[in-house]
Design a protein around this ligand. Structure first.
Ligand SMILES: Nc1ncnc2c1ncn2[C@@H]1O[C@H](COP(=O)(O)OP(=O)(O)OP(=O)(O)O)[C@@H](O)[C@H]1O
Ligand SMILES: [Mg+2]
Length: 462
């Protein structure tokens, strides 16, 4: 599109000369002989650039410039001024003019200055457009954590995002951010403008999962009245997220393996192969090796999935992230609940650092949300942090990390110890940590001093 230029010059001859030259250069040209006329023309029409004489009758060029800066801050303005007095030109630059020409000027110089200004402006707009596009393609990750472990996760995400066909297995305890990682991979990849379809394999009845994923043909079973497309087909071009992949039936797993290996499958009751272009991301909070040993997960599928693995560490294994993450959640909550909580007290920080976070980042986020809602002052104090008073779940989490199935799946992992024994040991450890200071110990355990005293008596601890 041709750029549109307004020449503002009270010397009629000069005005006409400039206008002619500009027209010959291919611009759309308008003229004005006073500041007032210029302003009204700019207000009414599209103008890209103004050649503005500084010396005008009544309203001066500088005044016009000031008005323009308010009206249309993006408009390019080039001042024209007499050689004898360069001061106003300098002033004009300070007030936002793009450049100036000293009279008398060569026509070539005029052409050059105008072309350069328009080109620079065009580039500026182009950069802004690309930045915006970039921002949309790579939305800011919601994944917090600057520890080495989390940075490695982020590096892996970037790498994987660039290879849009690679399937990925995301492993990690509950609440470590597996879904967030899947979203990140999708959003940063070339598939971002296509859907990411998520399915929780544990939440769908086993017998329905296959038809959900692969669809069926009319007559495949009694109530298959028509053809139904499955999620794999719907995700075409995009990403499919198979959450809790360990819950899939053995009978379904070969079909999953086939899609992973060949990108083809058949609808239930179908006779022809369907080929799709989908990235498969699977997630699990179970140890799939153990599942293979237990005979609930096929080894060949595991090996195929293991080509690219992202392991999310439990929060207790990167404790240096706890406080910085808590602060980020605090900011988020301030915005969301319209609060102005300034900080987390040192005691509250200590309480968080002494906790095992069995529910990982999800638990940290929830604990902070609750604390922020309850907080009436400017800082988060330990009393606002509602933590599991005992580390029971953490003990179970450790059992899971040691290779047993997760706690929820086999609570028997704890059988060796009674609840009381765990409690007693935890109290002893905490007491030890605080050099037998009972107030501190009670505070950290989130119980009153009198409760602590009773428990000590009960367990015969002196
Ligand atoms: N590193 C992180 N930075 C910021 N938020 C996080 C992080 N990890 C988890 N979260 C938040 O914690 C919550 C749980 O995360 P997500 O659902 O991704 O966990 P998950 O590993 O899929 O858990 P589950 O196994 O229970 O499904 C979400 O609200 C998520 O935004
Ligand atoms: Mg999840």
């Amino acid at each position: 599109m041709k750029a549109s230029i307004l020449v503002v010059e009270d010397n009629e001859d000069l005005c006409q000369t400039i206008a002619d030259v500009m027209k010959r250069e291919g611009y759309v040209v308008k003229t004005a002989s006073s500041g007032e006329e210029a302003l009204s023309k700019i207000e009414r029409g599209l103008t890209d650039l103004v050649l503005l004489d500084i010396k005008l009758p009544k309203m001066s060029g500088l005044e016009v410039l000031a008005k323009l800066r308010d009206m249309t801050p993006d408009l390019l303005v080039i001042m024209i001024t007499a050689l004898t007095d360069a001061r106003p030109a300098v002033e004009a630059l300070k007030s936002g003019a793009y450049d100036y020409l000293l009279k008398p000027f060569e026509l070539d110089e005029l052409k050059l200055v105008v072309a350069k200004a328009l080109e620079t402006h065009r580039l500026k707009l182009e950069v802004a457009r690309l930045k915006e596009q970039q921002r949309r393609r790579f939305p800011e990750s919601g994944l917090y954590g600057e520890s080495k472990a989390m940075q490695e996760v982020r590096n892996l995400i970037s790498l994987v995002a660039e290879t849009p066909r690679t399937s990925v297995l995301i492993q990690g305890e509950s609440g470590t951010g597996k879904e967030l990682v899947a979203d990140d991979i999708h959003n940063r990849s070339s598939r971002a403008d296509k859907p990411i379809i998520k399915i929780n394999c544990a939440a769908i009845p086993e017998n329905l999962l296959e038809s959900e994923l692969f669809g069926y043909e009319k007559g495949a079973f009694t109530d298959a009245k028509g053809t139904k497309r499955g999620l794999f087909e719907l995700a075409h071009g995009g990403t499919i997220f198979l959450d809790e992949i360990s819950s899939t039936r053995m009978a379904l797993q070969p079909k999953l393996l086939r899609v992973l290996e060949t990108s083809t499958f058949r609808r239930i009751g179908g006779t022809s192969d369907i080929t799709i272009d989908v990235r498969i991301i699977a997630a699990t909070n179970q140890n799939l090796e153990v599942c293979v040993r237990d005979g609930t997960f096929r080894e060949d599928l595991l090996y195929r999935l293991k080509v690219m693995v992202i392991n999310l560490p439990p929060l207790r294994e990167h404790p240096e992230d706890i406080i910085p993450m808590a602060k980020l959640f605090l900011e988020q909550n301030n915005r969301e609940f319209n609060k102005n909580i300034k900080s987390i007290s040192p005691e509250a920080e200590e309480k968080m650092l002494n906790y095992a976070w069995p529910g990982n980042v999800r638990e940290l986020k929830n604990v902070l949300e609750r604390a922020c809602i309850l907080c009436k002052k400017e800082d988060i104090v330990p009393e606002l942090l509602h933590l599991e008073p005992l580390d029971i779940r953490a003990t179970m989490g450790t059992a899971a990390a040691n290779g047993k199935k997760t706690a929820a799946a086999s609570p028997s992992g704890l059988s060796a110890e009674t609840l009381q024994e765990v409690e007693k040991q935890h109290i002893l450890r905490t007491l030890d940590k605080y050099h037998n200071n009972k107030s501190k110990t009670a505070k950290m355990l989130n119980i009153s001093r009198s409760t602590l005293r009773e428990k000590l008596k009960e367990y015969g601890i002196d």
